[in-house]
Design a protein around this ligand. Sequence first.
Ligand code: NA7
Length: 547
Amino acid sequence: MATQHAASGTDTTAAGLDAEVIIIGAGVTGIHQLHLLREAGVDVKLIEAGTNVGGTWYWNRYPGARFDSESYSYGYFFDRELLAEWQWSEHFAGQAETERYLNFAVDKLGLRDLMQFRTRVAGATFDEASATWTIDIEGGTQLRSRFLISATGVLSVPYWPAIPGRERYQGEAHHTGQWPKEPVDFKGKKVAVIGTGASAVQLIPEIAKEVAELVVYQRTPNWNSPLNNGKITDAEQAEIRAAYDEIYNDCMSSFAGFVHRASRKRTFDDTKEERWAHYEQLYHQKGFAKLLSNYRDMMTNREANAEFSEFVAEKIRARINDPKLAEKLIPTDHGFGMRRPPMESGYYEAYNQPNVTLVDLNETPIVTITEAGIETKDGERAFDIIVWATGFDGFTGALTRMHIVGEGGRVLREQWAKGVVTYLAAMVPGFPNFFMAGGPHLIAGNFPRATEIMVDYITGVLLHARANGSTFVAPDPEAAAQWTEEVHEAAKIALIAENSWFRGANIPGKAQEYLPYAGSLTKFRARMGVMDEQGYPGLAFGTPVGA
Ligand code: NA7
């Protein structure tokens, strides 16, 4: 749980700073980071582009948006009162409940006064003489701080593909990652959904109940499996409340921060009958159990992976009435888990409804968006609403869209154009006093459990600097190169699809490399946990003459 650090004084006014530390982003990670620094007595401020807190849970308010992490494994564990006063209603909470939770946490912790909303960062420049950051806000204002922490999320820059004619369309168009605050009225409408990733898979069964007609434009099917959500009963609630320590420890001693326990067995240790019985019970377990409690070699052994994929394919066939349609919904270019497997609630059954149609873009590609709708190779269809469920510029997008200028005028976007280099996912060589609390090279999974390691680490670094009178912190390029190499090595072990957005494959022109750290959360946490006692190896601390 969160480390407490001694408070120390600041004199930011004398240095002409707006705050000693500025955090960008009021999502789950930014809120946690703000709390830790405020608790430690640091002069800190948080800025956020939206009008309120929530991050992912503020922007992604499309119908069906919900956790794929168990609710009680996702929230904050650092405060007993927060745990005691909040009660999740479902095993996998919907967006509205999570947004309420984050607002509750911010108010309970008394953090709102330190936040400035409607403030979108355009860029930031490091001044070497004074060792400070000047932050350019869209609209022309500036803020200055000693340290800058980006808590901008890994899926916060919506990707709108450059399909010709998009601007011509006269109907309503919404991206799942930028959903309007006012509910969109789907009742009786003709609706198109472009994309079949995790967001579309959540949205489609929800809106299929209301629309007159739904046409789904699919380029690549995914391996979707049941979320198995449900209301939390009173008895379960009591069990969860009694087991918070255990839940937390299970998450923090797991591969990716989830509650699911890993199996010790390898696939072919069991007979075929035993294997299929295991798969069957996994299919009925909650959330990511299918991936994380599967045989331990399911994600490293191609034959093992192919067999589980075949099991899931059979499940899909059994749920779709039209056998030809079923085959179109079964992936053929990658195995289960090689791309992020979406979790669904009635996704396949939606295709059995007479008002739902699938367009396979491999057979009939989109030619253009028209004023009225979408034209594919076999003709035009008119729509009242087009939903763009086309994903995000993941992991790096929120960092590279800002014009971040470090030492010697180097620009982060340009420095990463051929490949990302970080030190422990936290810092970038050439960008002193700049930290990432959630970005590339961090474990992908139940993100709050991964980012809490980062906010603890960053807090520790800043307090170490303060304790030593340092106003300058920078990673050693050698240490960063070594860590980056470790990230690349870790990615070699797992089966990963070439066309996964985890590799940047969805964004034209983006360097193709596995962006998260594929080693385990347990290993990463153990490594980060001893940094303080080791005096933060790999970082240089100092005080420039002018600072
Ligand atoms: P994803 O998983 O990146 O899905 C985006 C979808 O959009 C995917 O099916 C893409 O097909 C499709 N897409 C992208 N560009 C096009 C074009 N040009 N034409 C047709 N279809 C296209 O994003 P999500 O929002 O669903 O999920 C992201 C994460 O958010 C998710 O994993 C959760 O952790 C939360 P493709 O597969 O590239 O062929």
